[in-house]
Write a protein that binds this ligand. Sequence first.
Ligand code: C5P
Length: 331
Amino acid sequence: MQGWDVSPADLDVMTEPAAVGSIADALGLSEEATEWVIDGDARRLECTTAMGPVDIYVAVSGGLTYEVVAAESIPILIESGRVSARVGSLEHVRDMRAAVGRSGLPTEATAPGAKRGVPRVVAIDGPAGAGKSTVSRAVANRLRLTYLNTGAMYRCVTLALLERKADTDDPRVIEEIARTIEIDFRDGRVLLGDRDVSDAIRAEDVTEATPHIAAYPEVRKAMIERQRDLFSAGSYVAEGRDTGTVVAPNAPLKVYLTASPEERARRRSLETGGGVPEVHAALVVRDQLDSTRKLGALRIAEDAVVVDTTERSIDDVADEIAELARERGIA
Ligand code: C5P
C-alpha cells in the first residue's frame, strides 16, 4: 500500500459500499455534503469537502473489475489543506479514472518516489551469475512493478546479427539492426518480432558474442533510448550492467548485486549444464569485457546499495530490496 498526496479536486477513491460511511466520517462529511450519482455503470458518492470535491466510487463503468480497497486500507487524512489517500498504486488510480472516462493521471498526484523527472525504477546491476534475474523478478512481484531484463535486449541484437550472418565488425550494419529489430517482453518470454527467442538468446554462441556487440556505442545508444522510453511510461525493476549508472542515474534505488566468483560460476553451471571450471573461466572473460569497455562499463554507482548474495536465499535478498524500495517510496 502506498500513500499518495492528491489534491481534493483530483481525488477519486474506490471502495466497497460498506466502507463509504467510514470514509465520509474520516472526511468529516455531513449528509447534506454528499450526493449519490449514477453514471452508466458507475456509482459514486460526490462529496463536497472544505478543500474541494472528493468522489468515492463503489462501482465503475467499462465492465472492469477493480481491487476493492477495504475501509481500513484507505485511511484518509486531512492535513494542512491536502488530502492523503492510501490506494493500491498509481496504476490503480489511473485505471479507476480510465474506467470512468477520465484520461491521464490526476494532475497533482505525486508518490514519494514519483517526483517529476524521477523514474519509478529499481535499478539492479551486477556481474553475471550474481542472481540478478531471479532476484529482480522476485522484487518486481513483491512490488507489483514490471520486470525488465536489459541483458535480454543486448542478447536479441546479437542473435539477430548472428542469424542474419551480418558483418559483426561493421558498426553501420550493427546500428541498423539495433535500431530496427522489435524486442518485446510478454508473459515472462522474450520476443524478437513475433518469435519467442527466450531460449535462443541463451545459446552459448550468443552469450559469448554479446559483450562484444554490447560494447558498440551505436548499440548502447539504441538500447538506452529504448530503456528510457520504457522508464518514462511505467514502473520497473530493471536489471543489467549500467541501468543505475547510465540509463537511469536518478533512479531512487540502485542496487549492485554481487556474489563470490566461485558461487557465481556454480550457479551459472547449474543453469547452463557446463562444468564449473569452464563456466568460471568464461565468466572471468565476460566480467573483464563488461567492466573495461569504454561505455556503460559495469561498475558500482556511488549511491548504490551493494548486496552480496553469496550464501543468502533469493527470498531473503528480494525482501531486503523490496523493503528498501518501499522506504524510498517507489512502490
Ligand atoms: O545479463 P546478461 O548476462 O543476460 O547480459 C548479457 C550481456 O549483455 C552481458 O554480458 C553484457 O555484455 C551485456 N549487457 C550490457 N548492458 C546491460 C545488460 C547486459 O552490456 N545493461
